[in-house]
Design a protein around this ligand. Structure first.
Ligand SMILES: Cc1cc2nc3c(=O)[nH]c(=O)nc-3n(C[C@H](O)[C@H](O)[C@H](O)COP(=O)(O)OP(=O)(O)OC[C@H]3O[C@@H](n4cnc5c(N)ncnc54)[C@H](O)[C@@H]3O)c2cc1C
Length: 306
């Protein structure tokens, strides 16, 4: 029997990928979503989401479940497979996976990105219980409390500014002897009374049984360990997009994100990109779902020209 040729294959079942599947199905296109890990994407790691319009509060898992069911209800197929390559064969695209090859006419890459972890013991266990990677998402849970921010680049400094507006104390912990973010941000933070800085220090261990109560840091210059008591730890040491499988059909920027603008098109006709894996400033569910809709409409228009 001949293998099915899908109109659209979506790589990744996060908010961007599933939104694009919903939009493409409603335009009557056949859609397969391929996911390598968690159906619903990285939001499944979040115990509480309070900034998605229309939902006052929900867990990331609740949101993911509704979104998966909505895509399935619209007739999208969703399979577990890791995409390892996408090959442009003109009007047809070959999607190579660890479960075999698939063919389609258009591809939407919605592979997301991962926050770079600290790499210390019990980090996974305490994520959502004091350890966070997103001040926009979780900052409100620490109002009036003492938090530490790990990192000294622009992302970390922006997180520190945001947190200083609601937390009682913000301690920025940087591994170097200086901050690497923009001068303007550094000056702003240095003039904020509830922000302090610790340099030349890395996180050695996380304290607390079920909830974080502090961090042990190691000062590499003084060769000394010390305990910083805090209620929250915001890790902002960069993100890790996982876009290597798409190198044959996209151009990546210097940080590894697919170099594409708000129209979600790539340099390869018939290949589109949506969500956190794209170069952009704000990585949130709202921006991912927005991209999903834009990419799906663009893909449907492309299909109609074939
Ligand atoms: C702990 C935490 C809390 C957060 N809280 C909030 C919040 O409160 N509000 C908010 O708006 N945002 C929040 N975010 C951010 C939000 O989750 C992301 O912005 C959003 O999920 C991005 O959606 P996406 O579809 O682009 O990517 P993702 O959700 O990352 O989905 C991409 C999917 O693609 C899959 N994938 C990657 N590569 C491949 C491959 N080669 N083959 C097959 N599948 C692949 C991944 O496994 C993943 O499931 C939070 C994130 C985290 C980690």
């Amino acid at each position: 029997m001949d293998k099915k040729i899908y109109d659209i294959i979506v790589v990744g079942s996060g908010p961007a990928g599933l939104t694009s599947a919903i939009y493409a199905r409603r335009a009557g296109k056949s859609v397969l979503v391929l996911e390598k890990e968690a159906f619903g994407g990285q939001i499944t790691h979040s115990p509480k989401v309070e900034n998605y319009p229309g939902y006052i509060e929900m867990s990331g898992n609740e949101f993911a479940e509704v979104l998966v069911n909505q895509a399935l209800g619209q007739g999208a197929e969703i399979d577990l497979a890791e995409v390892t390559d996408v090959i442009d064969e003109g009007a047809l695209k070959r999607v190579v996976t660890d479960a075999g090859d698939y063919e389609c006419k258009a591809v939407i890459i919605a592979a997301g990105s991962k926050h770079r972890p600290l790499g210390v013991a019990r980090e996974d266990e305490l994520t959502g219980n004091g350890v966070s990677y997103c001040a926009v998402c979780d900052g409100a849970f620490y109002a009036g409390k003492h938090v530490a921010v790990i990192g000294g680049g622009n992302s970390a400094l922006q997180e520190a500014v945001m947190l200083s507006e609601r937390c009682s104390q913000v301690t920025v912990i940087q591994n170097l002897a200086f901050l690497t973010g923009e001068e303007q941000l550094i000056r702003k933070l240095q003039n904020t009374p509830n922000v302090d800085f610790i340099y030349n220090s890395v996180v050695d261990a996380l304290e607390g049984r079920d909830e974080l109560t502090g961090v042990i840091i190691y000062n590499t210059e003084e060769n000394e360990y010390s305990l910083i008591e805090c209620d929250g730890l915001f890790v902002a040491i960069g993100q890790m997009p996982e876009n290597e499988p798409f190198l044959h059909v996209t151009k990546l920027n210097e940080y590894g994100y697919v170099d594409a603008g708000e129209d979600c098109t790539t340099e390869t006709p018939g290949v589109f990109v949506a969500g956190d894996c794209r170069s952009k400033r704000v990585r949130q569910i709202t921006t991912a779902t927005g991209d999903g809709a834009v990419a799906a409409v663009a893909a449907c228009r492309y299909l109609d020209t074939l």
